[in-house]
Design a protein around this ligand. Structure first.
Ligand code: ADP
Ligand code: TPW
Ligand code: MG
Length: 593
């Protein structure tokens, strides 16, 4: 807090008190910088991800000086992804702080990603002078940021006066975490930071948000409808999505699954809500249970492309557009989600914690577990598929392929169930998701709803900072390239991150050639690239691993030492498939069908 001279301060200091010439008492004031910091602190926000520059350089310094963690990145997009996943992991908005125009735009992709994935995040950007921007007079980094952000996030606000900083942050926090969580933009023009106001009034203007994400209880008749439908089921299935992981009501979800005896599937980031090795886990029989199930309970999962929109062969529909005919209970906080793709017989609108608690009350001692035939049929498929997978994993081809490398990762994650697992790529993503079992909630974080490349290193930084646990990142070589320079950030903050690059020389595989013979094919990278050297450049540990044994040793050492480590896992360049497992969405592949 600065003490600034008030009018009359220059009067002689010797003048007797009370005389007309007496100086007024210096008034304690507070400026915009400090108000922003106090507002964040008051609301329990202790970490900011960002990148300095005009007009927020001093804000980054002052945040640090005031004891907040200011994690400074090499590119705003990665800071934004870090903020988005911090929001997912903590249920409090992750904060990303950027400079105006280009920095803002760099952060915007992550803000939209947060919104699309229902993660609470606030992008705070400095901006240039309104008067100049609105007349297009060519200010430094001129851009109407608020207007641009609005259609791309859940809510957007601008604060013009220091006395509104408290309100601005309070509105941003509420918008980010209440209802369906999402990304919020908060525009802070440069002039705001230098504004001062009387300190006591400034402090009084701040708002500590009470109950930012209020419980939303489901209606009793909706609960009864859901339970009735479930009781009628012969082949019920529970499908857990990342909303269920976000909700942090792990014990009740486990109780619901176990008391009902219903088999369950986990969407990618819900893996580990119950261990993948749980006897009711049906993941290894996914392609059997989806078309066969008659009643499906969706908990925090949307019937979007990741679930084939509830339609087509995946769900037993007669053609690719046909509804599979399943009856659904859909537990979601958004009242608009039901019927977005197929009819929802029993929508249950409320927060997942409250909804699951209400469902549990209806699952008493008289509850009939699913018919034995259903459970046995699933077990049969599951055992067959697990045995087949074990056979594949046991092979030791040279060069390594995805399976033999991921067999190692699978063991390491099993031995370190508290470690965070970051995952992106195409084959590197799909194989990891199906091969590497998860044992605890919110440990697996990945490309999410958009299947976005580039989240990797931002996620690693946030996961390490927020959870303090070791982080393992399984990265496609292409995927890594989107955020690779943040290896420096990982080294700078000395974070316990072990990056494994599944290096197959390119996007999907490394074997394409330019038919004209002129250039490298668009999907192919420098052959035999040594990504481990990138880590060494910044003082971390780099390892080139050509066998599972080398990979295992390097990963064990990384977890043990907690040193930033990058392992270049050399994978057979012919091993991958085009688009990993989503070949059907590739127009040329679809045409061939
Ligand atoms: P996945 O990709 O894992 O299938 P989605 O992102 O499609 O998951 O779905 C997550 C759903 O969870 C969204 O529809 C969102 O509204 C919902 N959701 C998020 N948090 C909560 C919560 N606390 N309570 C209820 N629903 C939630
Ligand atoms: C922001 C398109 C999907 S997957 C992928 C790209 C470029 C890379 C796949 O290669 P990688 O994995 O990572 O080496 P692997 O194991 O199959 O070889 N830009 C963005 N997001 C997406 N999804 C793409 C492009 C894409
Ligand atoms: Mg690759």
């Amino acid at each position: 807090m600065a003490t600034v001279p008030q009018p009359g301060f220059n009067a002689p200091a010797t003048a007797p008190a009370g005389s007309p010439a007496a100086p007024a008492q210096p008034q304690e004031t507070i400026d915009g910088f400090q108000l922003v910091i106090e507002a964040l602190k008051l609301n329990g926000i202790d970490t900011v991800f960002g990148l300095p520059g005009i007009p927020i350089t001093d804000l980054t310094r002052k945040l640090q000086a005031e004891g907040l963690r200011m994690i400074s990145f090499r590119h705003e997009q990665n800071a934004g992804y870090a903020a988005s996943i911090a929001g997912f992991l903590t249920k409090t908005p992750g904060i990303c702080l950027t400079v105006s125009a280009p920095g803002f735009l760099n952060g915007l992709t992550a803000l939209t990603h947060a919104t699309v994935n229902c993660f609470p995040m606030i992008l705070i950007s400095g901006s240039s002078e309104r008067e100049i921007v609105d007349l297009s007079q060519g200010d430094y980094e001129e851009m109407d940021q608020l207007a641009i952000a609005k259609p791309l996030c859940k809510a957007a606000f601008r604060v013009l006066n220091a006395e509104d900083i408290g309100v601005g942050l309070a509105r941003a926090i509420r918008a980010a975490v209440s209802g369906r969580p999402g990304g919020v933009y908060l525009d802070l023009p440069a002039k705001l930071f230098a504004q001062t106001m009387e300190a006591a009034a400034g402090k009084a203007s701040l708002i500590k948000v009470v109950d930012a994400a209020p419980r939303q209880l489901p209606a009793p008749d909706a609960v009864a409808r859901a339970l009735d439908l479930l009781k009628s089921a012969k082949k019920p299935l529970i499908l857990l999505g990342k909303g269920a992981a976000y909700a942090q009501c792990d014990a009740d979800i486990k109780a619901l699954v176990e008391k009902t005896g219903i088999p369950y599937l986990c969407m990618s980031m819900a893996k580990g809500l119950l261990p993948d090795t749980h006897e009711q886990a049906a993941g290894a029989a996914r392609s059997y249970v989806l078309p066969e199930a008659d009643v499906v309970v969706l908990i925090g999962a949307r019937l979007n492309w990741l679930l084939s929109h509830g339609k087509g062969k995946t769900w037993g529909g007669k053609d690719h557009k046909a509804w599979g005919g399943q009856q659904y209970v859909q537990v979601d906080i958004s009242p608009q989600e039901a019927d977005s793709n197929v009819p929802i017989a029993a929508p249950l609108v409320g927060d997942i914690g409250s909804c699951v608690a209400e469902l549990l009350k209806g699952v008493g001692s008289g509850w009939n577990k699913p018919p034995k035939e259903w459970i046995d049929a699933i077990a049969e498929r599951k055992n067959k598929n697990v045995a087949k997978m074990a056979e594949t994993l046991a092979k030791d081809p040279s060069p390594m392929n995805f399976h033999s490398a991921l067999n190692v990762v699978r063991d390491i994650v099993k031995a370190n169930p508290d470690a965070m697992l970051v995952n992106e790529g195409a084959n590197a993503l799909d194989f990891t998701r199906s091969i590497v079992d998860m044992y605890k909630p919110r440990k697996r974080i990945d490309v999410g709803t958009w299947g976005i490349m580039g989240v990797g290193m931002g996620y690693c930084v946030a996961a390490a900072v927020v959870t303090k646990q070791p982080v393992i990142a399984i990265e496609g070589d292409s995927a890594f390239g989107f955020s690779g320079m943040e290896v420096e950030t990982i080294c700078r903050y000395n974070l316990p991150v072990c990056i494994v690059i599944m290096n197959n020389n390119g996007v999907y595989k490394g074997t394409d050639v330019d038919p004209t013979g002129r250039d490298p094919a668009p999907t192919v990278f420098v052959k035999g690239a040594r990504y481990d050297k990138v880590m060494e450049a910044f003082g971390g540990v780099g390892v080139n691993a050509t066998t599972p044994a080398e990979l295992r040793k390097a990963m064990e050492e990384a977890i043990q030492s907690r040193k930033p480590t990058l392992i270049n896992a050399v994978i057979d360049e012919t091993a991958g498939t085009e688009s990993g497992r989503i070949t059907s969405l590739n127009p040329s592949a679809a045409k061939k069908k």
